[in-house]
Design a protein around this ligand. Structure first.
Ligand code: PGA
Length: 257
């Protein structure tokens, strides 16, 4: 089986102490479980990043990677409250979630902003995890493919990929996030295929193979993980709620051993 990526998006749920506790629990549970099939990325809140790095520098047998939940599109300057890619690198991040639907909906994040964040992440050797996905209304109107293709194309507008640069596209149907009810795996696979075809409109086939992964997010848990990871076209999962429970997240990772 190809290596699958597991991104734990803890959202605005855990403080520093709680983040460290959860990471220690995960580390302990996975200690004797070297799973080469899984790349695990933990995305805590900004305030917990540095502490997590400290902990993982001491001991990290499972090879956990650190990701941030957002980044600003400038390197430095008068942008009160924002965080730069260099600050994330300093705090140990290798990945960054960009354009999550919660930010698009609550903070007015646009395709243009997402595009700028993707570019600055790549310039700074961070791997952007770009979230795309339709709302329930868009699906009802029959425009899900149009919306997802538009978000994908705009996020990557003018992006140059070379060397070892990587981009992860996370297909997250907005209407199933946090509901406990994922879409059917074949439904996710349809969107994944469509995203891959969209990528092929702007990049050559070998570049799509080399630089992109496409993962699924939206109510993935221990009970349905295999339905998704078993599929050749699904390179991994972005997990919210279920990643906050050590037992559940470990069960998911062990499921693909
Ligand atoms: P969920 O969240 O797993 O709780 O549905 C996924 C996400 O929002 O990234």
């Amino acid at each position: 089986m190809k290596q699958k990526i597991f991104v734990a998006n803890w959202k605005m749920n855990l403080g520093v102490a709680e983040s460290l506790k959860l990471t220690e629990e995960l580390g302990l549970a996975l200690r004797s479980f070297a799973n080469k099939n899984a790349e695990i990325v933990l995305c805590p809140s900004f305030t917990a990043l540095a502490a997590l790095l400290g902990l993982l520098q001491e001991e990290n047998p499972s090879g956990f990677k650190i990701g941030a939940q957002d980044v600003f599109w400038e390197e430095k300057g008068a942008f009160t409250g924002e965080i730069s890619p260099k600050m994330l690198l300093e705090a140990g991040c290798e990945y960054v979630i960009v354009g999550h639907s919660e930010r698009r909906a609550n903070l007015g994040e646009t395709d243009e902003m997402v595009n700028k964040k993707v570019k600055i992440s790549l310039e700074n050797e961070l791997v952007p995890i770009v979230c795309v996905g339709e709302t329930f209304e868009e699906r009802q109107k029959g425009i899900r493919d149009v919306v997802v293709a538009r978000q994908t194309l705009k996020a990557l507008d003018g992006v140059k990929l070379f060397g070892n640069k990587k981009v992860i596209i996370a297909y997250e149907p907005v209407w199933v996030i946090g509901t406990g009810q994922a879409v059917l795996p074949e439904d996710a696979e349809h969107s994944h295929r469509m995203i891959r075809e969209t990528l092929l409109e702007i990049f050559p086939v070998d570049a799509v193979e080399k630089h992109f992964k496409i993962i699924y997010g939206g109510s993935v848990d221990g009970s349905n993980i295999k339905d998704f990871t078993e599929r050749e076209n699904i390179d991994g999962v972005l997990v919210g709620g279920a990643s906050l429970k050590a037992g559940e997240f470990v069960k998911m990772i062990k499921a693909i051993a």
